[in-house]
Design a protein around this ligand. Sequence first.
Ligand SMILES: [Zn+2]
Length: 302
Amino acid sequence: MTLVDVITHFDTDERCRELLVRLRWPNGVECPRCNMAAVELATEKQLFYCKGCDYQFSVTTGTVFNDTHVPLQKWFMATLLLCEAKKGMSALQLKRTIWGKNKGSYKTAWYLCHRIRFAMTEVHKMLDGTIEIDETYIGGKNWHKGIAAGRENKSVVIGIIKRGGELKFVHVKEATSAAIREVMTEHVSEDVDMIVTDESVLYPRGLPKSQVSKRKTVNHSADEYVRYEDGFCVTTNTVESAFSLFKRGIVGSWHRVSPKHLAAYLNEMTFRFNRRKSHTLFLDTLRHMVTAPVLTFEQLTA
Ligand SMILES: [Zn+2]
């Protein structure tokens, strides 16, 4: 799907709604309140009506599109732009691309981006196979100059990736063994084949008991980044390149990510990363948007 495709195929509100209906209710329109089958009303507004609970709704009711004043075609364009921007796109850039330099409001674009991002959330799944895990520091003063610049006021992100599979980023309060153990227990299966870490002291203590014997390390302080052992490639390069992609997003696109919204940006990045080879990223994102709950401006800025 390209921007030209979006502009050509989804040129009216009606066409956008038709697609959203198919994505939200692949087995026929259902009432969001009581799940009964609903009928379309004979109006131009594409409203549905549920006889069971006397509820009238549209395809965007109760989703991230809820109460939007932005035409759906612009929503579709914004979604495509965010899907295609490997390193993310700032709300300001998006506003200029869709509305123009002196039109549209930054606040509208910012809220729009956050609602798309909010929908870009993975279904929870335990990782198995060969796992790489590492931690990194985001934000704070001079963070881009590296860890040597100090870790104060920085946010800690734990990255876990299954080789040939999914990536997860988790924002934690502190880089401690306890935090790592919590993340590993929640996201990594007991049946994991191998866990590769660096020699940080966090890991021997941070791994749950069932995972300790699966650990292999690379010795970064001895300039070792890749090692082969019994046919296994022992390296944390995959998760480290995912971190650097995220950091390039901050430097090049978002400029600054507050700790409050960090998890949302991490979600966006991993959602896109995990579908980088997929041909249905755009449709997949729209499907998430039309099935994710409402995100109000008040919730976002609370
Ligand atoms: Zn109903």
